[in-house]
Write a protein that binds this ligand. Structure first.
Ligand SMILES: [Zn+2]
Length: 226
């Protein structure tokens, strides 16, 4: 579904992925759980492109439900992966960042690995960078849910890709629950930074992307974070 001009949303098992279609650039944002490459490639074809047309894959953070199919999609497309330095290290080892309750974290660390991505296919971005998509896509460090977390904002279109810094899981814009948040104070600070951008489209990692919120909705959440 097209949620903004040239921005398409696909809900895969447990998480959202997005495509920014600006030929010659075809950009995927996040890569879902393992074994979702088929769904991602079908999504590309629906929009009129082949796997080999994909040019870039942006990573919000290295949780398995956001990078699970990254290696498979990268291998089939030869796309340039772009990630923060900490995410890059994790996806190079097929590891997830620590932020779950202890038992769940142990299970993840012990049993749940995803396909690792070769270092040479990853370009590292940092806070303050601007990527050449959607009229200049700002790279924002938004640690909290995980410490390696980044979001992306396009001022000219108002589209904000939040990963798990914000979600609409319960039908309204909110932060991830404290039990799966690595640093609650940082998460609130990051959410504040994002809400102050007054995005018109909140393309979140979980839940339906928000396209019809008002400024008041954002202000209300902002005030609750103070
Ligand atoms: Zn996450």
């Amino acid at each position: 579904m097209e949620i903004a001009p040239n921005v398409h949303w696909l809900e895969t098992t447990s998480s959202n992925v997005y495509l920014v279609v600006e030929p010659p650039n075809i950009v995927l944002i996040d890569a879902s759980m393992p074994r979702q490459q088929g769904a991602i490639f079908d999504f590309l074809r629906q929009v009129g492109y082949q796997p080999t047309d994909l040019t870039h894959i942006l990573v919000t953070h290295a949780d398995m439900d956001h990078v699970g199919s990254l290696a498979a999609v990268q291998a089939a497309s030869a796309a340039q992966v772009m990630a923060g330095a900490d995410s890059a290290q994790l996806i190079n080892r097929g590891k997830s960042p620590k932020h779950m309750p202890a038992v769940v974290q142990w299970i993840i660390d012990t049993f749940m690995k995803y396909g690792a991505v070769a270092q040479e296919t990853i370009a590292v971005f940092k806070d303050g960078d601007t990527l050449p998509f959607l009229g200049g896509l700002q790279v924002l460090a938004t640690p909290g849910h995980t410490l390696d977390h980044f979001s992306f904002f396009s001022p000219s279109t108002g589209v904000l890709f939040t990963g798990d810094a914000l979600n609409t899981r319960n039908g309204r814009i909110n932060l991830t629950p404290p039990r799966i948040t690595a640093d609650q104070t940082a998460a609130r600070r990051s959410a504040t930074r994002l809400l102050q951008l007054s995005p018109t489209v909140i393309a979140c990692g979980h839940g339906t992307p928000s396209t019809n919120h008002t400024r008041d909705d954002l202000t209300q959440l902002l005030n609750s974070l103070q």
